[in-house]
Write a protein that binds this ligand. Structure first.
Ligand SMILES: [Zn+2]
Length: 287
């Protein structure tokens, strides 16, 4: 289906997968898994949801991009943020060695967006977990989560999560480089807006030697639902209609150009290809 030699080369263990993208090595590390109620998805027929059972298990993938002297972490997993609400996540730190690196070796951290399952792991015991890294965050995302109005207008069930995000923001602020729109980190790594799931949500493009590999963050969440039904909203989408448009635009591009990608919540290792089928899409996993 996909031309041999035109795609990254993948190799995986149970918790770590590596992809060789030209000169760049992208290692996916599993932070664990999260069980998410099927009822948290809407804008899709109830019969479709009923066929999926009560919960959908989500992966929790984090990536390390090694390119020349750069060792770039893309998102940091949940750390201890989720506590008993999601006991299956928070494993990144102890698995870094399986990816052949250490927290001290991380030079940069790209934050796709500021949900707790992506930034909770930036702190360990209240301290920055990556002592030598520069953090990269989009202006729009930072402004959205750190606004006082967001907290004061939030319904009670959301307040503790927002306060947690804001305390992480305060702890890391001195280390953050803020970016407006698309930005290029050099070393074959660029970051592009993909808004909807959150206002400043970003995706990462890795390119080297004529090959590309995209890291979609939460532009797609449920592997079981949102390829076949890309119109499905998740409860955590800040701008649901825009998240659907972004997802379809990305899928169309990745399908047309046969580009390999991974996304945070696809089942580990999360890498694969997408193709169009009828009104939806189909995901073909690799490794
Ligand atoms: Zn997420």
């Amino acid at each position: 289906m996909f031309a041999a030699g035109a795609s990254p080369v993948f190799a995986a263990t149970r918790t770590v997968q590596s992809a060789q993208v030209g000169e760049i090595k992208v290692t996916t590390v599993s932070d664990g898994y999260i069980d998410f109620p099927t009822g948290a998805y809407t804008n899709v027929d109830t019969e479709v949801l009923a066929g999926l059972g009560d919960n959908l298990r989500l992966g929790a993938n984090v990536w390390i991009i090694r390119s020349g002297a750069r060792n770039i972490l893309v998102d940091a997993g949940s750390g201890s943020f989720m506590g008993d609400a999601a006991p299956g996540v928070g494993n990144l730190n102890e698995r870094l060695h399986e990816a052949g690196t250490t927290a001290r070796e991380i030079t940069d951290v790209i934050v796709t967006h500021m949900h707790p399952d992506h930034i909770g792991g930036l702190l360990v015991g209240g301290q920055i977990a990556y002592p030598n890294a520069q953090f990269h965050v989009s202006n729009g995302e930072w402004g959205f989560w750190t606004s006082e109005e967001l907290l004061s207008a939030a319904p009670e069930p959301n307040r503790s999560m927002i306060m947690g995000i804001q305390s992480i923001a305060t702890a890391i602020k001195e280390r953050v480089t803020f970016h407006q729109g698309a930005y290029d980190l050099g070393a074959g790594v660029s970051v592009e807006p993909a808004p909807g799931h959150t206002p400043g949500h970003m995706v990462v493009r890795v390119s080297s030697g004529g090959l590309q590999f995209f890291l979609l963050g939460d532009a797609v969440i449920s592997q079981d639902l949102q390829f076949q039904h890309p119109e499905a909203y998740s409860a955590f989408d800040a701008i649901p209609d825009l998240s659907v448009k972004t997802r379809k635009d990305l899928f169309d591009k990745l399908a047309a150009d046969e580009i390999a990608f991974s996304a945070t919540h696809l089942a580990f290792p999360g890498a694969g290809y997408v193709s169009k089928r009828g009104a939806g899409y189909v995901f073909t996993a690799i490794g």
